[in-house]
Structure formats: structure tokens, C-alpha cells
Design a protein around this ligand. Structure first.
Ligand code: TPP
Ligand code: MG
Length: 559
């Protein structure tokens, strides 16, 4: 039998070590699903929504040490449903390859059923869109897509596959994966960096996404760097696992809206090293620290893509290299004896960090303070767990009260797309077999993609899902109340929720409920003891405690 293009595409994916593909099936790519059934080494995970499949693939792209995750979706409706994951991967510099079925080649341009021009549609949300119009291009295009997705500033790449091409006879060989080019740091840059560090009294080191791609491998070397050079280390927004929360060199979490005592101290810095951090609106506190385009302090940026460094900020020392290579370069140079002032700077930042992390919260009348749940969860979440978070104010409690560790893996839509947590926990359970995944999510986000609990049940994985149910889109309520106090829209963010315990059980998941603070410990113990199916922990949480840092000033008006 002649080999088909569909079969060759499957061979090409296998050649790229792809063992999981997240999909929602579609008639536009039947020839590929058929071929994949001959590849038992590739688990084709059938999801309930392309947004869920896309988030799972994006999470996978964060767990494969720089290698892309893969989603496979149908044309038009499937592709547009998946766009939230492309947006997430684009902003988060996550390598992701999305394969999209397409209309038959002879119909391209006729506005055929569910046809889109993907080069136009996806031009600002992907690094590239490659249409395969000839069998000879098929395997080469797969190799090119992975290469583009994973190199430089990583990101999403789309491969468009017309419906009729899968059954065409394959042509040419299976194209092998390309080796990843990576520039090393120049010796003179490392010398200059070492000098800047030696002369700085108050340096800050922000560690971010490009370091996270090394997984745990980078942790020991980062710790040695911090200790040898007497440096405070600040994980950036949504990278809390890059440094142990209880390490004495922890310089405070540089998340979105850093609490006042910490940011005021951080602003006294005389040097900022962005180590593997692309830098963003959220991390720079809305482009105020470092100020864009002219930073108020000496700024060094280490990022594996020369095009990216200097795009927004005028960086004093740009180093287009792998951040781990820079850490190694510094470790190979002798660190000078730290001054007393430098030691005080590190311990001062660390003292503020510890104070902020203190397990203190107010008891609330209208529900459980979610801070109490996050602090208690730290006693139950295993040290090697993956922790995922949705977008919403509930996550502020997680970042304030949960002491993350380098042995854990944290996954979220860094750009703040709701709906990421549950699918990402499914993907983490599949990629990190035998290790627990724990999702934190709000009552808004869970009904966006919580249907992927069905995928978890089908795949036989058992994430724990901790749901903060404050009966509202709390984040938006907080901002609205702040800007337009007492106005009617504040009531419109109230949510009419289902019975979440019954809802979870209907999927075949287990569910426990927390309505008062004294139920937290028992409910979490019960939830974490269940290992054969997903578990929902439904927390009736306070809406008045709007975030870990702010209360509402007025009760929510009646709906
Ligand atoms: C997909 C998506 N839609 C809308 C928003 C805007 N948004 C940000 S937070 C939020 C409310 C989140 O509500 P919930 O999940 O209940 O968490 P809470 O803020 O109540 O803790 C909304 C609507 C978003 N970030 N992502
Ligand atoms: Mg809510």
C-alpha cells in the first residue's frame, strides 16, 4: 500500500518525539486521525472544547523543557475556539504547534464551508502560519513549524492541512527535527555583568520563563549563584516555583501589583538583572518599574532572542543567550566578598517577603477567607506536584499564602486568560504521570473549561481542583467598585452557580465541600486521599475579602 501524507505527518510528529496530541476531532482532518491510530506511541487525547485542548497543549509546551506541545483542531469553528490558547502561548513565549484542518485545496478562496484564511486570521497571534499545499511540503513543514515554535522567543505556530491532502501519496523522506541553535553569552558580557554585580550595593535579580524551561535542572545552580554572589532572587509573575519561598535569598515575588512595602524597597535597587525574563506590563508594574522606555536603574536583560531585548526598554547590558549559561558563566567567575550593606539589602528584602507570607487573615462573615484554604493547602499539596491557576482574584491568595518550591511546577495563562487551570491540570497529570496536579480556580473560570473534568475521567487522571466560589466575577467587581462606587454594574458581576458538588460528581469526579474555616483541614485531607479520580474541593469563599490584599468597601448589591 502506498504511504499517505496523513501517515507521513504522523511519522513526522513521532520523529519530533511527540507522544501526546490534544484534539477535538473534525471532519477536516480525518486522514490524520486515521493514520494516528497506527501510532500507539502517540496518545491522541480527545477533549471537550478546543480552548481546553489548546490550554493543555500550551501547558505541555511548558513541561517539555523547551519542546512544543501539540494541539490538533478542525477548521473554522475549531480553530477559532482554540485561539485563546494561541494568545496565551504568544504572550507567554510558550512553544506550541497547532495543526488545523482546512477545506479541500480546490475550494480554497471560495468561502467554502468553515473556510478561513489562516494567514490573515492568525497573523498577530502566532509566530508563523504554514499552509501545506503539496505532499512534498508536508514533512518539511512539520519540522519547520517545530523549529520556529521552539527557537528564539518561543511561541505558537500554525500548520494548515487541507482535507484532501491526507490521502494523497506521500512524497520524499520524513524530515528529521532540527537542532536548536542557541547563542552563548560572550565572555566580555559576562565580565561586564560580573563587574556590575560586584559594584552594585542593591541588585535585584528577576527570574522568569526562559529559566523555567530548564525545569528543576536549573534550581541548584540558581541557588548557588544567589548564595555565592549574595543576591536576592525574585521570581516573576506566574513563575513562583523558580525559587524556594523559604530560601533566605528570596527577594520577594515580582508579580502583578507588588504590595507596597515590597515594591517601595525594591525601588531602592541600583541594578536589575532580568534573568530569562522577557519582561511585561504585569511584571514592570504597568511599565513603571523598570520605567519604559528609559529604566530608572541599570538594567541587564538575559533572554535567548536578540530581537526581543531592547524592544520596550533601553537595556544597558543586553545578553541574547540561555540564562542558565549566564548563571554558569557567573559561577565560573569568583564572587567578591559581599559588603555588609549588600547583606543587609538581601536580608531586608527577605524580611519583607516573610512578613507578607505570614499566615494572617481576617475571618469573614460572608464566607471562608480563601487565604486560609491556600495556607492549609500547602500542608497537603505534595512537594513534587504541579500547581495550576486560573485568572481571577482568588489567585492572589495563592501567591500570597502558598510557599512554592522549586520541586513543584507552576502552570497558568501568564497573560491572564480565564479557563486555563482545569485543562492545564489535566495536561500536567498526563505529562507528569504519578505526580499530583492541583488546580486553583474561581467560580467564573471553572464554568469556562471545567468540562475538561470529563477528559480527566476519560484519561484516568486525578487532579485536585480547589474552587473558590464567591458567587461573582470578583476581580471585575473589585475594579468596578473602585472606579464607579455604588453603580448598578457592580451587581451584574454576581453569578448564579450550579450545585458544584453535584456538578463534579455528575462527571464521575469526587467532591468535598468547605463552608467554614474549621472544615478546611478535614476536607483537604479527604480530597488528597482520593487518587483514582478527579476531586473537586468546593470552597464557599468570601466576596467581601476581594483579594488577598483588599476588601470590598460595600457589600455586593442584590442581583
Ligand atoms: C477568558 C477571559 N474572559 C474575561 C476575563 C476578564 N476577567 C478577569 S478576572 C475575571 C473574573 C474572574 O472570576 P472568578 O473566576 O470567579 O474569580 P474571582 O475574581 O471571583 O476570584 C474576569 C471576567 C479574562 N481575564 N479572561
Ligand atoms: Mg468568583
Amino acid at each position: 500500500m502506498t504511504k499517505t501524507v496523513g501517515y507521513m505527518l504522523a511519522e513526522s510528529l513521532a520523529a519530533h518525539d511527540i507522544d501526546i496530541i490534544y484534539c477535538v476531532p473534525g471532519e477536516s482532518y480525518l486522514g490524520l486521525t486515521d493514520a494516528l491510530s497506527d501510532f500507539p506511541g502517540i496518545n491522541l487525547v480527545v477533549c471537550r472544547h478546543e480552548g481546553g485542548a489548546g490550554f493543555m497543549a500550551a501547558a505541555d509546551g511548558r513541561m517539555r523543557n523547551g519542546r512544543a506541545g501539540v494541539a490538533l483542531v478542525s477548521r473554522g469553528p475549531g480553530a477559532t475556539n482554540a485561539m485563546i490558547a494561541l494568545h496565551t502561548a504568544y504572550h507567554d513565549a510558550t512553544p506550541l504547534v497547532i495543526l488545523i484542518g482546512h477545506v479541500e485545496r480546490k475550494d480554497i478562496g471560495r468561502l467554502a464551508l468553515q473556510e478561513q484564511n489562516y494567514s490573515r486570521l492568525l497573523s498577530d497571534i502566532t509566530k508563523g502560519v504554514f499552509e501545506v499545499l503539496e505532499p512534498i511540503q508536508a514533512s518539511e513543514t512539520i519540522a519547520r513549524a517545530f523549529h520556529l515554535a521552539e527557537s528564539g522567543t518561543p511561541g505558537p505556530v500554525a500548520v494548515i492541512l487541507p482535507e484532501d491532502i491526507f490521502d494523497a501519496p506521500a512524497e520524499g523522506p520524513v524530515v528529521k527535527p532540527r537542532a536548536m541553535p542557541m547563542a552563548g553569552p560572550r565572555a566580555e558580557d559576562l565580565d561586564q555583568l560580573a563587574e556590575l554585580l560586584a559594584n552594585a550595593e542593591r541588585p535585584l535579580v528577576l527570574v522568569g520563563g526562559a529559566l523555567a524551561t530548564h525545569g528543576e535542572a536549573a534550581s541548584a545552580e540558581l541557588n548557588r549563584l544567589a548564595e555565592a554572589w549574595t543576591l536576592p532572587i525574585s521570581p516573576t509573575h506566574r513563575r513562583p516555583h523558580l525559587f524556594d519561598a523559604d530560601h533566605p535569598n528570596y527577594g520577594g515575588y515580582m508579580g502583578i501589583r507588588v504590595p507596597k512595602p515590597l515594591i517601595e524597597e525594591m525601588k531602592k535597587a541600583d541594578l536589575m538583572i532580568c534573568l530569562g525574563e522577557r519582561m511585561s506590563d504585569s511584571i514592570s508594574q504597568s511599565y513603571s518599574f523598570p520605567a519604559a522606555p528609559e529604566p530608572q536603574l541599570t538594567m541587564v536583560q538575559v533572554w535567548p532572542d536578540a530581537n526581543e531585548i531592547g524592544r520596550v526598554w533601553r537595556v544597558d547590558l543586553p545578553i541574547a543567550a540561555d540564562p542558565l549559561a549566564v548563571i554558569r558563566g557567573l559561577l565560573a567567575r569568583n564572587a567578591p566578598e559581599a559588603s555588609e550593606a549588600r547583606k543587609r539589602w538581601v536580608s531586608g528584602l527577605n524580611a519583607i517577603h516573610r512578613e507578607l507570607l505570614a499566615p494572617e487573615w481576617d475571618k469573614m462573615e460572608d464566607g471562608v477567607n480563601f487565604g486560609a484554604v491556600c495556607a492549609a493547602a500547602a500542608r497537603h499539596v505534595p512537594r513534587d506536584a504541579a500547581i495550576t491557576s486560573d485568572a481571577g482574584n482568588f489567585s492572589s491568595f495563592l501567591h500570597r499564602y502558598f510557599p512554592f518550591r522549586q520541586t513543584q511546577c507552576f502552570l497558568a495563562s501568564v497573560v491572564g486568560a480565564m479557563g486555563a487551570a482545569v485543562p492545564m491540570a489535566v495536561a500536567a497529570s498526563l505529562r507528569r504521570k504519578g505526580k499530583r496536579a492541583v488546580a486553583f480556580v474561581g467560580d467564573g473560570g471553572i464554568l469556562m473549561t471545567g468540562n475538561e473534568i470529563a477528559t480527566a475521567v476519560r484519561e484516568g487522571v486525578a487532579p485536585v481542583i480547589i474552587l473558590s466560589d464567591n458567587s461573582c466575577y470578583g476581580t471585575i467587581g473589585m475594579h468596578h467598585e473602585g472606579r464607579y462606587p455604588g453603580r448598578a454594574y457592580d451587581a451584574a458581576i454576581r453569578l448564579s452557580n450550579p450545585d458544584f458538588v453535584a456538578w463534579a460528581k455528575a462527571f464521575g469526579a469526587a467532591a468535598v465541600s468547605i463552608e467554614t474555616e474549621d472544615q478546611i483541614e478535614g476536607a483537604l485531607a479527604e480530597a488528597f486521599a482520593i487518587t483514582d479520580r478527579p476531586v473537586l474541593v468546593h470552597v464557599k469563599s468570601s466576596a467581601m475579602q476581594a483579594s488577598a490584599w483588599r476588601k470590598r468597601t460595600m457589600p455586593l448589591p442584590a442581583a
